[in-house]
Design a protein around this ligand. Structure first.
Ligand code: FMN
Length: 198
């Protein structure tokens, strides 16, 4: 269902960011086109170059262009997206989105999209179970943002716990189902309009 769809992938500064390259590979196997926005913190975990090569598109991270390019990129990226997937999503981006904060390219674009948003959190178990993070996740759900819950397993910081990024195939399944629902709703809307005007 992702064939021909434009997926905007937001990558944030989690230890799981290295998995973004594989995630892009799976999305592309499904014939989706993938554009990446990464935060500055994400680029400490995986390089923009890697994600550019895998996605076959430039990677965006800076809000303010300095190279003489013109355009309002967060709006053009937002307009072309059929799905905005943020994976991995840090506690930080979850908090920003829950509060409507737009202080970098990723968070600003998230406020500008009209497509479905799917978030795959990844963090240490104590962070995931923190009441403030839980409350922010709930606020996102209430706002219609979809969450792929993290899983239980070995943590990068040692031991086991809840907070591992969901399996990539599970994230892609969620993404595919969301796009299918959005396409169905849009088709139903077109049929309704045709019935009313015909
Ligand atoms: C080694 C390391 C691993 C980290 N892993 C995570 C993580 O998995 N999840 C998370 O929410 N924050 C993690 N952080 C903290 C974030 O990088 C930090 O909150 C950062 O400000 C997030 O910025 P961003 O949301 O703009 O990408 C980690 C930090 C370090 C140094």
């Amino acid at each position: 269902m992702l064939a021909g769809q434009h997926v905007l992938l937001g990558v944030t500064g989690s230890i799981a960011a290295y998995q973004a390259a594989d995630l892009i590979g799976i999305l592309k196997q499904q014939m989706a086109s993938v554009r990446v926005i990464m935060t500055r913190a994400a680029s400490r975990f995986i390089t923009p170059l890697t994600l550019e090569v895998v996605s076959e598109h430039p990677v965006t991270s800076e809000m303010f262009l300095t190279s003489g390019e013109v355009g309002v990129e967060h709006i053009s990226l937002a307009r072309m997206a059929d799905l905005f997937l943020i994976a991995p999503a840090t506690a930080d981006i979850i908090g920003k989105l829950a509060s409507g904060i737009a202080d970098d390219m990723l968070s600003t674009t998230a406020l500008a999209v009209s497509c479905p948003i799917l978030i795959a959190p990844a963090m240490n178990e104590r962070m995931w179970l923190n009441p403030m993070v839980a409350s922010n996740v709930q606020r996102l759900k209430t706002a219609g943002i979809h969450i792929v819950d993290p899983e239980y397993g070995p943590m990068a910081c040692g031991g086991e716990g809840w907070g591992r990024l969901a399996r990539l195939d599970s994230i892609v399944q969620h993404a595919s189902a969301l796009v299918r629902d959005a396409v169905r709703t849009s088709n139903e809307h077109v049929t309704e309009l045709a019935t009313v005007s015909g």
